[in-house]
Design a protein around this ligand. Structure first.
Ligand code: EPZ
Length: 417
């Protein structure tokens, strides 16, 4: 197991370049098997989830080359094969192979997906949607076996605007016979990224990024090309760290529209952010003000930034109210923040955070990816040394985190346990 050692309170100056979005690339890679040809994906982050998914492509005999942040993928001779447990359980996004394999081969066999333990995270909406398109799903020895004689376009209404279900059903519907409407679709930017990739292969998809997506099935999908959008969650995390420690800190390569709710909220707290095209200049501010944060589906405040934001709220004068509305178990970082000196009263899925409290470095644990990000924010501003264990979680979603932070003046290093 690896640990992150942080010496807090370092002033940060310089430029941090944002990488391609984890939650885009983990869908774009499975989508490549829908092509009967070759795909090129630019701006690919070098994170462990990408390597896990490349392993799965290789099981399907897809040829993959990953160099200079670019994936060259050749699915010409791909086959259908079961994605075994030791792979599927490594990350939640393995479930995108369900929609892609079902779409291409009318059959997929995948073990239960993995993913951060932030709630039950069922996939009923995915399965119900596949079945509405004409598939039959059986669960046998921890595997989903999904088969369809043929897939026929239909209307699908999602009970929850689920990111994963929206993407998975787009993958399943692009080669179905006829028209599919997905209502109450998720609007996250990653969905638009996947939609444009599928369109580059010849898919007919309209309305991605809105609550209603229309898909006209096609028989064949050819070569595909796409650039991964910048990671708005990585960017938001560094914006929060910069708001506490930055001195002319520049976050480069963002899409400001993807960060609307986050920038608005940080400015409401008094953060000094100056947007210039695709960069944001940040300077730390002494007296940040308490604000209320409720996580919602896009374009609301993203659930993935709720945990790091709660660490920032410990440094805001007054009582902040923080509420997590997407997952039922995404508050496990609170006890570690309190152990560092924060003053947080925790209720079921909400918390009252009283600031400003000085934080003291200590040994903490990353219970999941974004809880790890919360520990990172806290450790960066704490007095003394913070040691974060289980940082494999963090390394899944933050490319080159030690290099990016060290080069702007942070004292962070990885220690093998
Ligand atoms: C994606 O997860 C992201 N992961 C998550 O990021 C992100 O938090 C989430 O979207 C919401 O934005 C990836 O893209 C790999 P959902 P996903 O389906 O698709 C419930 C991170 O830190 N639900 O939108 O799994 C579900 O339990 C990760 O990068 C059902 O009930 O999220 C949750 O409460 C964490 N049934 C809510 O909907 C379903 O069939 C939203 O989930 C599907 C979801």
């Amino acid at each position: 197991m690896k640990k992150l050692i942080i010496e807090g309170k370092r002033e940060l100056t310089g430029t941090i370049k944002i990488s391609g979005a984890k939650n885009s690339i983990v869908a774009l890679i499975p989508a490549t098997i829908l092509s009967d040809g070759k795909c090129t994906i630019y701006n690919v982050p070098n994170i462990s989830d990408v390597h896990r998914l490349i392993d799965m492509l290789k099981i399907l005999k897809v040829k993959v080359k990953f160099e200079n942040e670019t994936l060259y993928i050749d699915s010409t001779n791909s086959i259908n094969a079961e994605i075994p447990e030791e792979h599927a359980t490594k990350l939640r996004a393995s479930y995108y192979f369900m929609g892609a394999l079902l779409s291409k081969y009318k059959h997929s066999e995948i073990s239960y997906p993995g993913g951060c333990s932030i709630g039950a995270r069922p996939i009923d909406l995915h399965i119900n949607g596949f079945n509405k398109l004409g598939a039959t799903t059986k669960i046998e020895d921890n595997k989903y076996k999904i088969t369809a004689k043929k897939l026929v376009g239909t209307d699908i209404f999602l009970d929850i605007a689920s990111v994963g279900a929206t993407i998975n059903l787009m993958l399943a519907a692009v080669k179905a016979k006829g028209i599919t409407h997905i209502y109450n679709a998720a609007k996250e930017p990653e969905i638009v990224n996947v939609s444009s990739f599928l369109s580059s292969m010849g898919a007919k998809i309209y309305g991605a990024g809105t609550g209603e997506i229309t898909i006209e099935g096609v028989d064949k999908l050819g070569d595909g090309i796409v650039e991964v959008i910048p990671d708005r969650i990585e960017a938001g995390t560094y914006l929060m760290i910069g708001s506490l420690l930055g001195k002319n800190l520049v976050i480069e390569g963002i899409v400001k529209e993807h960060l609307g709710s986050v920038i608005t909220k940080l400015k409401e707290a008094g953060c000094d952010l100056e947007i210039k095209g695709s960069t944001i200049n940040i300077n730390k501010v002494k007296n940040l003000k308490a604000v209320n944060v409720k996580t919602l589906v896009y374009p609301g405040f993203p659930t993935d930034l709720g945990q790091p934001m709660s660490a920032l709220l410990t440094q805001c004068e007054g009582e902040s109210f923080f509420e997590e509305n997407i997952y039922e178990n995404r508050m496990r970082h609170i006890k570690h923040l309190n152990a560092m000196g924060a003053k947080i009263k925790l209720f079921d899925r909400s918390a009252i955070i009283t600031g400003k409290t000085p934080l003291k470095g200590r040994n903490v644990v990353a219970t999941d990816l974004r809880a790890g990000a919360a520990m990172l924010v806290a450790g960066m501003i704490a007095e003394g040394t913070t040691v974060i264990s289980n940082i494999e979680h963090i390394l899944r979603g933050y490319e080159n985190i030690v290099e990016k932070l060290s080069q702007v003046g942070a004292s962070v290093k990885i220690m093998e346990e």
